[in-house]
Design a protein around this ligand. Structure first.
Ligand code: HEM
Length: 507
């Protein structure tokens, strides 16, 4: 036999062995999936689309049609009750709306964020994204160290001092709207409020002037692209292997890179200012630098870690608030009675003055109710998830440990069982004398991992809304819908394109 025959025979044998090994591994994996199914199939839930991929097909179908995935979760919650299960490969995810379990799991340190989702956000398609920053850190100690350092930048004393910046940036929006009203030009409200919230976060968190209402900038598009990438990356594990998606994936990676290189530049400028003994603000950027450790012992990983938090605040600190504002404006265009009541409150508290004070904000009680009701129907960050490592009983059902629990603010906010007539926009649900929703309303999550920027965001939203209500009438242009688009965060699909008039202009 020639050498090549011997070689070929060995190769053929090796390939046959490999093939059988793969078949055995695959069958073993299928058996493992079967075992997982048997372990959890006593929990109610929708029928699987396929043995291997579980409910993936249903979820992708909704996404591909441009629908809101959370609407599907809402239907499942209504149909299958306080806990239902869905599958993907060997993973089990539980949709939980049981208030007692929500309280137990979200309010305690004992349940960490779910590793599969949050670890995945470490990078996007291989490009480091949120890394180990505040939102994605699932290790308790790593998270707690950062949170303790960041907390002072969100104390009420510090926030009080930001009222001036909120006023100043909101005034820029008012002057853009005033021009539009004078020239009878339509305005894309979502884009405009996005510029304001990005301006605010750049100024108060990083000490940088962007003035996006008057300057063009690549940042709004970069944030949008990262979020779009995030939704595909998390919800469709096979997305990155489809060659047709390559151009989009490259765009997402470039957008991440832009945010991180910008962070590196701004951090370096701040460090230089600190080294030169300049008086730097005690803002988020200073805290980010502090959280990374001492300058002399700083490693490459420390540098990357600072950028993780830079990107975290750049994204978390802006988009969700802008979307809340846009939803609120959108909803008010079809709520004349609520609008009138709001106007009256704003006129009583603020009158015609330009500068809204911290104390004024406390008196805008009905505006607070309207903003809360906006987030009930349109929770711009629609949920959170936790790992349930140990066995638990939910609503009388024994759940073996080792699953992920999804807490969906969108589904809960729209369930009749929690909110009577849920699709009616009714700010009186949040009247100070009304009973508080019991662990079924959590647009900012709850417990130790709740949103750090909640008060910041609601102060900012109030300043913008109060000025808008004080000065302008706004109407949606024909053809605008009230639909929602789901790009990880939720936002108004049509962008809330409006015509604006000065309030005293009766023409
Ligand atoms: C309407 C506006 C906002 C909404 C609805 C919102 C909602 C949320 C939600 C639901 C979470 C939990 C995320 C999760 O569990 O995966 C969260 C976390 C967080 N948010 Fe917000 N957020 C808003 C504005 C802001 C702002 C303005 C900032 C910063 C200036 C901010 C900073 C953060 C941070 C740092 C975390 C992580 C907290 C931790 O784990 O310690 N957010 N937010």
């Amino acid at each position: 036999m020639s050498f090549f025959h011997v070689l070929w025979s060995y190769t053929a044998q090796a390939l046959t062995l490999l093939f059988f090994a793969l078949v055995v591994a695959f069958l073993g994996y299928c058996l493992y999936i079967k075992y997982i199914h048997m372990k959890y199939d006593h929990i109610p839930g929708p029928p699987r689309d396929s043995f291997l991929f579980g409910h993936k097909h249903t979820i992708l179908k909704v996404m591909n049609k441009g629908g809101v995935v959370h609407e599907q979760f809402l239907q499942w919650s209504e149909k299958y009750g306080p806990v239902y299960k869905i599958n993907f490969l060997h993973y089990i995810v539980l949709g939980v709306s049981c208030p007692e379990t929500t309280k137990e799991m979200l309010m305690s340190h004992n349940y960490c964020k779910d590793r599969v989702t949050y670890k995945r956000l470490f990078n996007l398609f291989g490009q480091r994204f949120l890394g180990n920053g505040l939102i994605t850190a699932y290790d308790h100690d790593m998270w707690y160290k950062q949170r303790r350092i960041m907390d002072p930048a969100f104390s009420s004393l510090y926030l009080r001092g930001l009222t001036g910046t909120f006023n100043e940036r909101a005034e820029k929006l008012m002057s853009t709207l005033s021009d539009a009203a004078d020239n009878k030009k339509e305005v894309h409200m979502l884009n405009l409020v996005n510029c304001v919230t990005l301006d605010v976060i750049a100024k108060v968190a990083f000490g940088v002037e962007l003035d996006l209402l008057n300057n063009t900038s690549p940042f709004p598009k970069a944030v949008e692209t990262c979020l779009k990438g995030m939704v595909h990356y998390i919800r469709d594990i096979l997305f990155e292997y489809n060659p047709w998606n390559k151009p989009f994936i490259n765009e997402v990676k470039e957008a991440c890179k832009l945010l991180r290189t910008t962070g590196a530049k701004w951090i370096q400028e701040r460090k230089t200012a600190m080294e030169n003994g300049e008086d730097v603000p005690k803002d988020i950027l200073t805290q980010i630098i502090k959280s990374a450790g001492k300058e002399e012992s700083m490693t490459q990983e420390d540098e990357e870690f600072m950028l993780d938090n830079f990107v975290t605040f750049f994204i978390a600190g802006q988009e969700t608030t802008a979307n809340q504002l846009a939803f609120c404006i959108m909803e008010l265009t079809r709520q004349p009675d609520i609008l009138e009541k709001l106007r009256k409150e704003v006129d009583d508290v603020i009158g015609t003055k330009q500068e809204i004070s911290y104390d004024d904000l406390g008196q805008l009680v009905y505006l607070s109710q309207v903003l809360k009701e906006t987030l009930r129907l349109y929770p711009t960050a629609p949920g959170t998830s936790r790992e349930m490592a140990k066995d638990m009983v939910i609503d009388g059902i024994h759940i073996p440990g080792g699953v992920t629990c999804l807490f969906n603010a969108y589904a809960n906010g729209r369930m009749e069982k929690f909110f009577k007539d849920p699709l009616t926009f009714d700010p009186d649900r949040f009247h100070p004398d009304a009973p508080k929703p019991y662990y079924c309303y959590y647009p900012f999550a709850l417990g130790p991992r709740a949103c750090l920027g909640k008060n910041f965001a609601q102060m900012e939203a109030k300043v913008v809304m109060a000025k808008l209500l004080q000065r302008f009438d706004f109407t949606l242009v024909p053809g605008q819908t009230y639909d929602i688009v789901d790009t990880a965060t939720l936002k108004p699909k049509s962008g809330v394109v409006c015509t604006v008039r000065h309030r005293d202009d009766k023409k």
